[in-house]
Design a protein around this ligand. Structure first.
Ligand SMILES: [Zn+2]
Length: 399
């Protein structure tokens, strides 16, 4: 808490002056992390003389102002944790700057930690003088979200979404029906195949879909992650793969862009990473190539290019120097080279694609060949999307 392991009286008063949610939030006594934390505080020599009331005040103030130290876990698909937004929770941070950032259900920043350092990044263009906002709760299930904000942080949200100024479009009926079919599957064999998942995606998907049905719109960022994982889980177990891929493409290219609030960029990257898997049909047996010939001929090329998109998006989202970006680059060095920079060495990477992989596209090269290849990528992607009944998308939307 302090480098000298002592808290000055004046600092302690500052901590006690933090806003607390003591009146609105009953403390969760089952939370053993907080119990350990309480024990650590009570054993602190400077604090043992505090009254019970002061310790309780402190606990509530800490609870109201702390940030979970979430470190992105994009490393493998197995590290996905729907309850933690694809992050590993490394502890709690009480940061004098970060704790002051107010909530919005459609925030203009998202944060994560690089080691012990909180990092805030813009989720969209922010005007000079505009207040920076973050998001306090990911479990955005309609009315319950507002209730949670009131109970845990003691305020009524009046952001654009809560004030009804940014209403999402209703989820397309056919997609909703398909997702509902997956969740309400009543064939026991199929259900078993879908629901063998350690994190309980199936249950949370049901809750998410009920919420979507009730609100009539594609509410909620958090539940969508579970829908993705449910489809992935079904795909891995060999259920109707063409249909799974179709549903998936529609989640990524139709539902995510229409959702309000928007999906955070890191979550979009994770979804894209999942989607890339069924496109990797390059060395698989026939049984893993379940798509019609018109789709199968596109998959290898698109698989490489979407890997590039993930790599570039990770660099943009977290910064080229971040641990997660460096890891992602190492993961892809078979394709993009060991020491090459995506922007600096685009021509060399393009040559490698053509010579070794037989691919003719890299969307970063400024040459005429690069432009031609980019057009081919856009054509191929739209062909794949048309198969999934997704309307054609623009270059800006696909790249
Ligand atoms: Zn709100």
């Amino acid at each position: 808490m302090h480098s000298s392991n002592r808290i000055l009286t004046i600092e302690w008063q500052e901590i006690l002056d933090m806003r607390s949610n003591i009146l609105t939030r009953p403390f969760d006594q089952d939370n053993d992390n907080y119990a350990r934390f309480t024990a650590a505080i009570l054993s602190h020599p400077e604090i043992t003389s505090l009254s019970t009331k002061e310790v309780i005040e402190f606990m509530y103030a800490f609870y109201t102002n702390e940030m979970d130290m979430l470190v992105p876990a994009l490393r493998t698909i197995r590290t996905l944790r729907p309850d933690m937004q694809d992050c590993i929770d490394c502890g709690y941070s009480l940061d004098p700057f970060a704790s002051l950032i107010n909530h919005s259900c459609a925030p203009n920043t998202m944060s994560n930690f690089e080691g012990k350092q909180p990092r805030f990044r813009a989720e969209r263009d922010i005007s000079a003088g505009e207040e920076l906002t973050g998001i306090y709760t990911f479990k955005l299930d309609g009315v319950k979200r507002k209730e949670k904000l009131l109970k845990c942080w003691g305020f009524e949200c009046s952001c654009q979404i809560c004030e009804g100024k940014d209403i999402p479009k209703p989820l397309e009926a056919s997609l909703l029906n398909h997702a509902t079919d997956l969740v309400h599957e009543d064939d026991p064999q199929k259900l078993l195949a879908i629901t063998l998942d350690p994190f309980g995606y199936h249950k949370s998907c049901k809750l998410a879909l009920n919420d979507i049905l009730e609100s009539g719109a594609s509410w909620g960022v958090f539940p969508m992650a579970d829908l993705h994982l449910l489809v992935y889980s079904g795909y891995c177990r060999g259920l109707d793969r063409p249909n799974m891929l179709k549903t998936w493409l529609r989640f990524v290219y139709l539902v995510e862009p229409a959702s309000r609030p928007r999906h955070p960029k890191d979550q979009c990257i994770t979804h894209l990473k999942l989607l890339i898997n069924p496109l990797n049909t390059s060395s698989a047996h026939d049984e893993y190539l379940p798509y019609p010939a018109s789709v199968a001929k596109l998959t290898t090329n698109l698989w490489y290019h979407l890997r590039y998109k993930v790599l570039r998006d990770v660099q943009k989202c977290f910064g080229e120097d971040s641990e997660i970006a460096r890891f992602q680059y190492r993961e892809n060095e078979d394709v993009f080279g060991r020491n090459e920079s995506l922007s600096r060495d685009s021509i060399a990477i393009q040559k490698r694609f053509r010579d070794k992989l037989g691919c003719d596209f890299i969307p970063i090269s400024p040459t005429a060949e690069g432009r031609k290849a980019k057009e081919k990528f856009l054509r191929d992607m739209n062909e794949l999307l048309a198969w999934a009944e997704v309307p054609p998308m623009t270059e800006r939307e696909l790249l």
